[in-house]
Structures are given as C-alpha cells and as structure tokens.
Design a protein around this ligand. Structure first.
Ligand SMILES: NC(=O)c1ccc[n+]([C@@H]2O[C@H](COP(=O)([O-])OP(=O)(O)OC[C@H]3O[C@@H](n4cnc5c(N)ncnc54)[C@H](OP(=O)(O)O)[C@@H]3O)[C@@H](O)[C@H]2O)c1
Length: 279
C-alpha cells in the first residue's frame, strides 16, 4: 500500500496504547502531534488511576486502567508495558482480540510467539524495538513480524515508527542484538558524551561549551556516516593527519581498549536480552 494511503488509513484506525509510560508515551505523543492519530479514536492505559487522569488531561484522549476495555474494537493494539507484565496484559485482552486486530509490542526480550500463545485467535503480532531518541524524531526502531503478520502489518508498523525516526525490518532472531545495540545504545553514547565533556573541562573549556562541542560533534559524525554511507574507518582516516594531534588521541583510545570494550558491552547486553527472554 502506498505511504500516503497508509497515513490516511492510520488516522482512521482505532488505536489502543497499553502502557503509556516512557516509551509508549513518546510514540503516542509523536503520532498525535503529527496528526497520524485522531484523539477521538486513540485511547491508552496505565497501571495507576491517578496517572491515567493526569495523562488524559494532558493528551486529551481517553486513558484508563482497563486493558480489555481499551483493546476492545481497536484496530491496532500497541503494548508498551514492562516485559514482565506483557503476558498478564495479553491474557487480559485475549477474549476481546479478533484476527483482524494488529498487536504491536515494543517489549524487550518478549518473543512474538509468547504473545501469540496467549491469544485465542491468530491475530497478527509485530514486534518493534525503538529507542529513547524517538522523543525528538531521531529514534531507531527495528521491526519484525510474528507468524500471522503479513507485509501490510509490517508496513503499518513501520509507518508508525517512521514518525519518530528511522526503521528497519529484520528477522526476529536479530531482536536481542538490536536491543543491545540501538535500544540500549543511547546509554553508551551518553557516557561517551559525558566523558568528552569532562575532557573538555580538563583542557580548560567551560562545561556548557564542552558539552555542546561533544554533542554536536557526535551528531555531526553520525550524520556523515548515515548520509555518505562511507565506512567509519575511512572517515576517521580523513581526520587523522600524519604526526598530528588526532593520532596521539587514537593511540590513547587503543591503549584504553575503547574499541574492544564497546564490542564486549554490546555482546554482554545481547546475552542478557537472550537470558531474560520471556517464553
Ligand atoms: N525505555 C526504553 O529505552 C525502551 C526502549 C525500547 C523498548 N522499551 C520497552 O518499552 C516497554 C516500556 O518501557 P518503559 O521504559 O516505557 O517503562 P515505563 O516508563 O515504566 O512504562 C510502563 C508503563 O506501563 C504501565 N503499566 C504497568 N502495568 C500495567 C498494566 N497491567 N496495564 C496497563 N499499563 C500498565 C505503567 O503505568 P504507570 O505509569 O501507572 O506506572 C507505565 O505507564 C518495556 O517493555 C521496554 O522493554 C523501552
């Protein structure tokens, strides 16, 4: 289906966000702000009634604590509760979910098979793994499909997440790796940014300037990689003048094992995502 038809079809759909916390809230607010969802056809749930009341007033949509009531009649059900709560939520809604409703889960380490197993119909299930920069439309979301989801379901989910950044469609076997790299990744980058800002302070810059320099340099370098498609090693070589300053810094980074440390960090996080798998 063409993208504009998908946009207009999304605006006509009834959507239920089960678990409008940090991640659910980011996606919900972005879709509402961009006019991709109609406030009258969108509802959400949270655990605490007082949170529901506050969110309803803020977003001007229906927010409650009854998942089955929210899911009933929704065309798209987005599950964004913590992974350990997903099974309970799916059981609560299973009696009201029909085969034409699409379920999209953003829960880490929750396989589509676990959701499918707890449903009483063959509703299509799509799994998505976004990250927190979705907040500013600079997110990265990987999407995969469960056994009953087709290309149209993937296109609809991709379109929803394109509003908050880039998307990529992958096989489900890659989702733990995605969790470790791009979903947890912002935390690694913030540590690197914090360290670069400290370094700036150490060499005499005011902290706010040091933070600006570090953040804009990270953003700029990332954009160059994305927009040129050039290998990062080639781009690094272009900064590294023979006998200049950068090569001295690179020697320190190599001695400090930055490269292998980052690789090991992602491997550990992927192992943990696998260990945590909710079957
Ligand atoms: N944060 C990330 O960077 C990130 C990245 C990728 C994927 N994810 C996934 O996103 C999901 C949510 O994570 P989060 O960081 O957004 O957590 P969060 O801020 O704690 O949000 C969870 C939300 O679920 C609500 N909730 C809890 N139990 C519920 C229930 N039984 N029925 C309905 N709502 C319920 C909570 O309600 P209250 O507000 O009332 O407590 C809260 O609003 C997780 O599965 C996580 O793996 C998160």
């Amino acid at each position: 289906m063409a993208k504009d038809r998908l946009v207009s079809s999304l605006a006509k759909k009834k959507i239920a966000f089960l678990g409008a916390g940090k991640m659910g809230g980011i996606i919900l607010q972005a879709l509402l702000k961009n006019g991709l969802l109609s406030p009258t056809s969108t509802c959400a749930t949270v655990a605490h009634p007082e949170r529901a009341k506050a969110l309803a007033a803020k977003l001007r949509i229906k927010v409650g604590t009854d998942n089955a009531e929210a899911a009933k009649g929704a065309d798209v059900i987005l599950i964004a509760v913590k992974p350990q709560v997903v099974e309970e939520v799916v059981r609560e809604i299973s009696s009201v979910v029909g085969p034409k409703q699409i379920i999209i889960s953003v829960a880490a380490s929750v396989p589509t098979a676990m959701i499918e197993k707890n449903l009483t119909t063959n509703a299509p299930v799509v799994r998505a793994m976004p990250n927190t920069p979705c907040l500013l439309g600079s997110g990265m979301t990987a999407i995969c499909r469960g056994k009953h989801a087709g290309p149209h379901d993937l296109a609809l989910a991709s379109h929803m997440f394109e509003v908050v950044g880039r998307t990529v469609v992958l096989d489900e076997k890659h989702m733990d790796a995605v969790t470790a790299l791009s979903a947890s990744g912002p935390a690694y980058i913030y540590i690197i940014l914090e360290s670069l800002a400290e370094a700036g302070v150490k060499v005499g810059l005011p902290r706010d300037i040091a933070t600006l320099l570090a953040a804009q340099t990270t953003l700029g370098a990332a954009r160059v990689v994305l927009e040129t498609g050039d290998h990062p090693a080639l781009l690094k070589d272009a900064v590294t003048t023979p006998a200049g300053c950068t090569i001295d810094a690179i020697m320190e980074l190599e001695e400090g094992k930055l490269r292998v440390t980052l690789i090991k960090a992602v491997v550990k996080a992927a192992q943990r995502a696998k260990e945590l798998a909710f079957g």
